[in-house]
Write a protein that binds this ligand. Sequence first.
Ligand code: C2E
Ligand code: MG
Ligand code: MG
Ligand code: MG
Length: 292
Amino acid sequence: QAKEEGRGKFMFYTAQLTDRAQERLFLEGELCKAMDKDELFLEYQPQFELANGRLLGSEALMRWRHAERGDIPPASFIAIAEETGLILRLGEWALRTACGQAMEWARKGCGLRRIAVNISGVQIERSDIVGMVGDVLAETGLPPEFLELEITETYVMRQAQQNIQVLDALRAFGLSLAIDDFGTGQSSLAYLKRLPVNKLKIDRSFVADLPSGENEAAIARAIVALGHSLHLNVLAEGIETPAQAQCLAEMGCEEAQGFLFSRPLAASAMEDMLLSHASRAMPAKLTQRTEF
Ligand code: C2E
Ligand code: MG
Ligand code: MG
Ligand code: MG
């Protein structure tokens, strides 16, 4: 009887695996066509200075709206794109679109602000990322100091040595580099010190349990301190409550991103926010000037 049961379970698991594999194959095939079918677009999540709410810029986030399936989240397709190498095309498309968008906003009177774009480790490993970024900067005309590339801690640390040269070459354009999801990977502090990066983004898992989670608070505080001692900016992502924002501000964290301030926005909504901040920023600038 046990045998029977065991066999039943075995068949059940195989069926599940098959579903999973089929789903994967389906997504892989569809993702191949998604770019040509115009199903991909970017949303932009604003980033703010925590102490005063000044709008610093936004992070471009990839979106896939499938004709039949509707919205498919990055968590379901980025890994597939990485495993198949499709991320090389998608990543280049995202960078070009985001940089072009930032320039379009500037032409529309929004002012030029920072645009942050996620880069997959696969792009660094398997393509000429330096050449590609150089091309996109040249084609779009975006001044490099307005571009920030985000690379996850897990990748940066896994590839330690080989990375530094590529990151150095990227920095040489004049753009800035952020380590994304910081705190989740195993950073070697000695290595971190040698990395040519400008910013740490505290992973939202440490932000979620603030202010009451004592361990998370200790980690967030340690990341802020670590960042500062290495002369890096620190941004907290995934801030959802005023208490979390206040707690991070008290720790000395400079920058913030999260649903509390804004969800990721369609380009048009982001444009409206940029415009309203551009006009609001004016008087402040004038006051500052009269002080001098
Ligand atoms: P990420 O780069 O760490 O982006 C932040 C994620 O947190 C985004 O999820 C964003 O929507 C979400 N988020 C922001 N604020 C909050 C909040 O207050 N609460 C919660 N619960 N979530 C918040 P999203 O857009 O689903 O993207 C997930 C991940 O997919 C990104 O994490 C990034 O690793 C990857 N990804 C997205 N776009 C790209 C891309 O163009 N290229 C690459 N290589 N990866 C991308
Ligand atoms: Mg990111
Ligand atoms: Mg992140
Ligand atoms: Mg993440």
